[in-house]
Design a protein around this ligand. Sequence first.
Ligand code: PMP
Length: 393
Amino acid sequence: MAQPNQIYMDYSSYCPIEPRVLKEMLPYYERYFGNPSSPHSFGVQMKAGLEAAREKVASLINAEKPSEVIFTSGSTESINAALRGAAFRNKEKGNRIIASSIEHISVRNTLKYLAKNGFEVVYLPVDEYGVVSVESLKGAMNERTVLVTVMYANNEVGTVEPIKEIADIAHEKNAILHTDATAAIGKMPIDVNRDGIDMMSISSGDMYGPYGIGALYLRRGTRFEPLILGGGQEAGFRSGTENVAGAVGMGKAAEIAKAEMAQEAERLSKIRDRIIKGTKEAITYSFLNGHPTLRLPNNINMRFSFIEGESLVLSLDMEGIAASSGSACSSKTLEPSHVLLAMGIPHEEAQGSLLLSLGRWNTPQDAQKLLEVLPNIVRGLREMSPIAPPGVR
Ligand code: PMP
């Protein structure tokens, strides 16, 4: 955990493992071993751990059958498998894929690959809060649409999307609905049946489980072809000897999330709202990015005119606060976030954004400390900024 004088507010870039999860996993490294496909008692014990974990993940998302949960190496793999597997398997129906314009880079790059391989990808606009336009989805749907993919909640601005409505529209034309729920899993209740989800990508790391394991929810009967071929594990949908310890960890993380999510969401949303309100009050020209109410309980994304997010992150780090200026997965590019640009935020403003993602070990005192240091940091950076008008601090 963080040192006493350090504050971690970057849970969406990396989420530490829960001690209760690690405890559950350790016997699978220290005591139990064997291939879960082996018929002997070593294998049977591993298989039992794997299947118990599958049930826990299925229960978190209210899947009808545990067998609809396929373990993968994480969200990126689940997304690749879902989009490529559904697109290629259904190509005789048509070649249109519809996606939101604020998807994570793992979805965007998979769609680019599909576009190079004969699919036509249509991107839906979002409004100023990052909510996908349901009207434009209706307009874009046709008989040749095989797949619609819209994230459950956005990892940068925290906006929660109207997935149920989107699923209903997709289903009217018999298209498959995939959602990337990486940012939402464990933070808000997700029910694949209530929400009409056919395929869903989640990872364990984002809910205090280990990294290197995730899952693809695949509704029974969904036409799909596997991405990874081999020994036929995971009912043939994802070959390769299973990561049992990882799955056990993901199962425990899912169990904890199910039991504690409501209470934790309430606790974090109070800290979140205090930071948003306090920042707006203390700093002129500061704005909330994303929806004021339809947002993840742990997400704060704010922009500050006349300064750069990167300098803010470095200055906060010097005060012992770890934050981010956007998606860690896209931080290799110096471009402003495609999510903020899609929301109509001008290029220069988008670069002045700060992403604070809260988690289990944040306290109200952390909000207090942040609110003590942030106004001074912004003032200092604006004093040095060549574009800040005189008097704006
Ligand atoms: N989708 C979203 C919304 C994400 O935030 C991330 C990264 N945490 C991913 C997909 C990819 O997840 P991973 O890097 O664990 O494969």
